[in-house]
Design a protein around this ligand. Structure first.
Ligand code: NDP
Length: 490
């Protein structure tokens, strides 16, 4: 590949140099996309069964190398090794599901025609676009891009992947493992670089872009893709909430809020940033939450919370905490002084106004805003009063399903945090500013295909409609039929 420059990757925890990668420019990106087109026919025509075998081999490669992959993840973006290992397990589950189910979901199936078209034999199948470009974030550098890559590959596309400039080594490792499973053709390639490299991929001849990242970057990606009318999958940011009803298991709810808000240093699209608690159990819940948070620390070594990966995010987290407190909020844990270098200690805020930045904007740090609500109606209203709609969590014994049904988000997990994202058969995605389109499950497979309809006339219809030889008699029969078929309602 031709490249102009290179860039360095530093550990956010220690500042140490952990790698140097080429910044692929426009011509390098186009060359990769050309190669991907060259491999696309082969990959499509090997068929579902052979693709599944190859994807299983890739899964085995990742499994065998998972310690090394977890180390690279941890070095590049700072998450604890055990969290990195867990992320890999989740990604493997989805990869397996995509390989096993692509044929059933996407393969040809017959469709029943209508009464007027009974002489037709119809079928539909879902065909790959050819080449799919995947642009991924750094916060879950394996799980998130593989949500697109695994499903795009299983559907028969070749893929050009642009990982975040914070985690290029993870992307390169995944592509090298893939090349061991599929050595014949460049079916999965990685291009490295910053935003410009991603923008070049959007402008290139890809059949679709699968984007995961912030809502603001998503808008730029859409604008670039509009030039060629390239379709896009948008997996963007969130401001997810957790609801605690009066009859909830408070220890479990506090555990979920803490993990959901603080794990990965709060840098989770589906992370809990807001908690709405029924007034009857508010004080008890807070006591439980603070009790569980007591020993939770951000740091290196055995600390369960790593550093903030992007230096510029520290200013956002600081602004949200300062603003919340300036507007009457209180920090029951942490606060502005919780920010120390690249690390942010767990911060729990209460009494924060509903329009404060910490309640409205994505914070992407280990912070929780806990709010008392008079009823579940109020909780639902507050949860839905957000431009985002990615996921949500409900803790309730009696009314969990009823509450979940009223939440406007791509998914809701009841009595468990983020379970929906870990179940391979369930779709994952958002509404509103959280994006559109789905990864995972049957919807995630179809996302990387277009529907191809085919119909064959089995015999001439006595009611030939689409011909200039259509008689007045046929028009009369159709007119009567239409009354019978459509006019007897109500
Ligand atoms: P960014 O939006 O900053 O970046 C996402 C990717 O887009 C990166 O690879 C980035 O490259 C690239 N990029 C930047 N500018 C452009 C451009 N003009 N054209 C094309 N590509 C570009 O997001 P982050 O990496 O900071 O990820 C965090 C965000 O991702 C959060 O908002 C989070 O909520 C969201 N997210 C959503 C998920 C979901 O499933 N909905 C899952 C995970 C994260 P580079 O890094 O090199 O600048």
């Amino acid at each position: 590949m031709t490249t102009s420059l290179s860039f360095d990757v530093h550990s956010p925890a220690t500042g140490a140099l952990v790698g140097s990668y080429p910044s692929h420019d426009e011509s390098a990106v186009e060359a990769a996309v050309d190669r991907a087109h060259g491999a696309a026919t082969w990959w499509r025509t090997v068929g579902f069964d052979e693709r599944a075998r190859r994807l299983d081999r890739w899964r085995a490669e990742i499994t065998r190398g998972r310690d090394e992959l977890a180390r690279i993840m941890s070095e590049e973006m700072g998450k604890p090794r055990s969290d990195a290992a867990l992320e890999i397990v989740m990604a493997l589950e989805h990869l397996k599901w995509a390989a096993r189910n692509a044929k059933d979901v996407l393969g040809p199936r017959s469709v029943t025609p209508s009464l007027l078209t009974v002489n037709q034999a119809c079928r539909v199948e879902y065909r790959p676009f050819g080449v799919v470009g995947v642009i991924g974030p750094w916060n879950y550098p394996v799980f998130t891009p593989l949500g697109s890559i695994s499903f795009a590959l299983a559907a028969g596309n070749t893929v050009v992947f642009k990982p975040s400039e914070y985690t290029p080594g993870v992307g390169v490792w995944l592509a090298e493992a893939f090349a061991r499973a599929v050595p014949e053709q460049p079916v999965l390639q990685v291009i490295t670089g910053g935003g410009e490299t991603g923008a070049a991929l959007c402008r290139s001849r890809v059949g679709k872009i699968g984007f995961t990242g912030s809502t603001e970057t998503g808008k730029r990606v859409m604008a670039a893709c509009a030039q060629r009318l390239t379709p896009v999958l948008m997996e963007c940011g969130g401001k997810d909430a957790l609801i605690v009803d009066a009859d909830a298991d408070l220890a479990a709810a506090a555990d979920a809020a803490l993990w959901g808000g603080m794990a990965n240093a709060g840098q989770t699209c589906l992370g809990v940033e807001r908690v709405y608690v029924h007034t009857d159990v508010y004080d008890k819940f807070l006591t439980e939450l603070l009790d569980q948070a007591r020993d939770l620390r951000a740091g290196t070594g055995t600390a369960k919370i790593g550093p903030i990966t992007m230096p510029k995010q520290l200013a956002v987290i600081h602004r949200h905490i300062e603003d919340a407190i300036a507007r009457g909020g209180r920090a029951l844990l942490g606060g502005p002084e919780a920010i120390d270098g690249q690390f942010v200690q767990p911060t729990i805020l209460v009494d924060v106004p509903h329009d404060a930045a910490a309640v409205v904007e994505e914070t992407f740090g280990p912070t929780l805003v806990v709010t008392r609500v008079a009823s579940m109606d109020e909780a639902i209203e507050r949860v839905n009063d957000s431009e985002y709609g990615l996921g949500a969590t409900v803790f309730a014994r009696r009314d969990g399903d009823a509450i979940a049904d009223r939440i406007e988000s791509g998914a809701t997990s009841i009595n468990a945090f983020v379970a929906h994202a870990t179940i391979p058969a369930l779709p994952l995605g958002g509404v509103g500013a959280s994006g559109f389109g789905r990864v995972h499950g049957p919807d995630g497979l179809r996302e990387f295909t277009y529907a191809k309809a085919t119909t064959r006339q089995r015999f001439s219809s006595p009611l030939a409609l689409t011909t200039f030889t259509r008689s007045a008699g046929i028009d009369t029969v159709v007119d009567r039929l239409v009354s019978v078929l459509h006019g007897r309602i109500g």
